[in-house]
Design a protein around this ligand. Structure first.
Ligand code: ZN
Length: 302
């Protein structure tokens, strides 16, 4: 009986071992990529999707890899990144983990130059060559999902069919969202917006808005009196278009400008932060629809 029990326990271990051994880890670089990957891995028990930067990191501009990130990457079977310069630390990943496959979601997506809009305030020391905020055009998000799904299907062939099914469903949803945004923003009487982080050029290009000015500055930094004066002039010349701040940054400059010019302040969410657990798979869609409603309110009633 004793021997039987030991044998039973051993058999149990042997049965369960392959289940654990089969588990594969997909690591994503930041929140928008994580959201897409969660959709692509939905219902696939052998795939674990982990996000590298803490969800409150926001955009990765100048982000340095943490020790905890290196630990997560050491356990990764595939690393999914935005690309287009968002992850400035990629060379370090290539040298530290030469065998880790890295897939860029931005592959094949036409990129906009960085710093195209009028920039006021302290620009980054090294001006970024291309703008990396591609996911804010829902059609781009669909292409990103396809790129990511192709990389996942290649890396995890056993799950390829399920990944492709998830991708088809996700792409259909994102295409529908794109159409909704296009229609919802097509008849606004005014199109000028002023933002405080260069996150919205792809959004503006896709949905026919005009980023009249970007107030570039480090988070938490306030504008100098000279910058404030120049921007006040720009805003007045444009007829006091709405100012758009982001939930990731408390923006004192925007409040100061609003007080100075009377331009209204609204919030647009670039979906770089959000819930960490029990994330609704359509969280991106929900935030983008809310952005559309904010814009309708901000630009429709002038
Ligand atoms: Zn950004």
């Amino acid at each position: 009986m004793f021997i039987f029990r030991r044998c039973f326990a051993l058999c149990l271990v042997l049965i369960l071992l392959p289940v654990f051994a089969l588990g594969e880890t997909v690591v994503t670089s930041f929140y928008p990529i994580w959201l897409l990957a969660l959709n692509l891995a939905d219902g696939i028990n052998s795939l674990e999707v982990r996000n590298l930067a803490a969800p409150d990191t926001g955009c990765l501009h100048d982000y340095q890899l943490q020790t905890s990130d290196m630990k997560v990457l050491s356990e990764a079977d595939l690393f999914l990144v935005n690309g287009a310069g968002m992850e400035s630390y990629l060379d370090l990943v290539f040298s530290a983990f030469p065998d880790l496959p890295v897939a860029e979601a931005s592959q094949g997506i036409p990129l906009l130059a960085g710093g195209e809009a009028l920039s006021i305030g302290e620009a980054d020391e090294e001006e970024e060559e291309v703008n990396a905020h591609i996911w804010l055009n829902a059609e781009n998000a669909a292409r990103m999902a396809e790129n990511m799904a192709a990389a996942m299907a290649e890396r995890f062939p056993v799950e390829a069919e399920k990944i492709r099914e998830n991708c088809d469903r996700l792409v259909a949803r994102l295409e529908k969202l794109h159409q909704e945004l296009t229609e919802g923003l097509s008849t606004l009487p005014s199109r000028d917006i002023i933002t405080f982080h260069e996150a919205f050029p792809y959004f503006a290009q896709a949905y026919n808005l005009h980023v009249a000015a970007v107030v570039n500055r480090e988070p938490g930094e306030t504008l100098t009196p000279a910058q404030l004066a120049r921007l006040t002039e720009v805003i007045r010349d444009l007829g006091n278009p709405p100012l758009f701040v982001e939930p990731q940054y408390e923006d004192l400059s925007a409040r100061a400008l609003a007080a100075e010019t009377g331009a209204p302040v609204y919030m647009l969410d670039p979906v770089v932060t959000g819930p960490e657990t029990d994330v609704p798979l359509d969280y991106y869609d929900t935030v983008m629809r809310h952005n559309m409603e904010v814009l309708q309110q901000a630009l429709g009633a002038q």
